[in-house]
Design a protein around this ligand. Structure first.
Ligand SMILES: [Zn+2]
Length: 383
């Protein structure tokens, strides 16, 4: 696809160009190199971080400017597959003011809008006081250890300390800018095994059925009150995702029963305290239970009122709506950056992400670029 000269980059055009790369995790297909060229053209110094394993994901970091005040823009170029139903998600299509394509919302549209906003801002204020850092990963959707978390320590050492981070994930709900994310709940997976004793159903006294034990535990953890008052932060929620016994014989009491679950937990907990509670509930239920917990990220929350205020003002001044502050929805790579600096999320409408026919209003590419540019002006120039 032909792209206009950098001085007149169109965020819509750039979004379409990015969608055309079949960058299904962890494949990159040249998407990050394409962005690297553009960022270099804008004036950024870039570093491509190749994968340590063959076929692993790449990461791209870029920096422009000097000064203590450092803004990180965080994004991912990978997308989920098109899905089983036939749909050409990698040929962007515009119909009736709507742009269709895999990743238009999650989150190539956000990256394109930000890159254009940065190009416009730098063209107008080439010596602005501060540093603009762009961190892009080719693996957010699967979230392997080789994604953004692999390069964050390096980036913090070479570009940091970071003042703030803006994540371009699709935070909007119904219209662009109606919702900004101040953080997200933590996430932890659990794998439960109830150990029984196999036997004949007619002689239960000589067996131990693991299924009621497992059900009792699942009942306990799904009805447990994790916090009495969640306040403004999204409440903890545990979902059982699988129950497996794998016993095709109707007159045998099975020897084992398994379950999997995931809990999204409130900011007042951490993965260790959640794991401890889950283990304690298991011990109270039965000594035949074993529970394995696998943390998948801590909860985080932006409490930097100045940063929240700048984000809200950028939306209000550009789009003439006041965004709602929230913490619901799935977590993002922002959780890794949150241990370095305050993190905010502002991006496209999320309604169709991962759906067949993922789409956004075409005009939102330009509108989001303008919101990001206003954000940059407020953040660096305080105007
Ligand atoms: Zn995403």
């Amino acid at each position: 696809m032909k792209i206009s000269p950098l001085s007149s980059l169109s965020p819509l055009e750039l979004t379409c160009a990015l969608v055309a790369f079949k960058s299904v995790t962890p494949r990159d297909e040249g998407c990050l190199s394409f962005l690297e060229d553009i960022l270099q053209g804008v004036g950024f110094a870039t570093v491509m971080h190749p994968s340590k394993t063959p076929d692993g994901p790449k990461n791209l970091t870029a920096v422009y400017g000097e000064g203590a005040r450092t803004l990180v823009f965080l994004g991912h170029t990978d997308v989920v597959p098109e899905g089983r139903e036939p749909w050409d998600g990698f040929t962007p299509q515009e119909r009736g003011g709507i742009l269709f394509g895999r990743g238009v919302a999650d989150m190539k549209g956000g990256i394109a809008s930000f890159v254009v906003a940065a190009a416009r801002f730098i063209a107008q204020h080439p010596t602005f006081p501060g540093k603009l850092v762009v961190l892009l990963t080719g693996d957010e959707e699967v979230g392997s250890p080789e994604g953004i978390q692999a390069i964050l320590p390096w980036a913090a050492q070479n570009y940091g300390p970071f003042t703030a981070c803006l994540v371009g994930e699709p935070s909007s709900c119904e219209t662009l800018g109606d919702h900004i994310a101040l953080g997200h709940r933590g996430s932890l997976n659990l794998f439960v095994t109830a150990q029984g004793v196999q036997g004949h159903v007619a002689n239960p006294e000589r067996a131990r059925n693991p299924i009621p034990i497992l059900m009792q535990y699942l009942q306990r953890i799904t009805t447990h009150v994790w916090e009495s008052d969640p306040g403004d932060f999204a409440a903890s929620n545990l979902e059982v995702t699988s129950i497996d016994v794998d016993n095709p014989v109707s007159n045998i009491i099975p020897s084992q029963a398994h379950a999997c679950a995931n809990i999204r937990f409130h900011i007042q907990h951490n993965s260790e305290s959640i794991a401890n509670t889950l283990q304690a509930l298991a011990a109270e239920t039965s000594e035949c239970l074993s529970v394995e917990t696998v943390p998948n990220g801590e909860a985080f929350l932006c409490q930097d009122e100045e940063l929240i205020g700048i984000t809200e003002e950028a939306v209000r001044e550009t789009l003439h709506i006041t965004p709602r502050r929230g913490t619901e929805g799935g977590t993002t790579d922002g959780r890794f950056v949150a241990s370095y600096c305050p993190v905010m999320e502002l991006g496209m409408i999320s309604r169709t992400i991962h759906h067949k026919g993922e789409s956004i209003p075409s005009e939102d590419c330009e509108r989001l670029a303008q919101v990001y540019e206003t954000f940059l002006q407020k953040f660096f120039l305080r105007i």
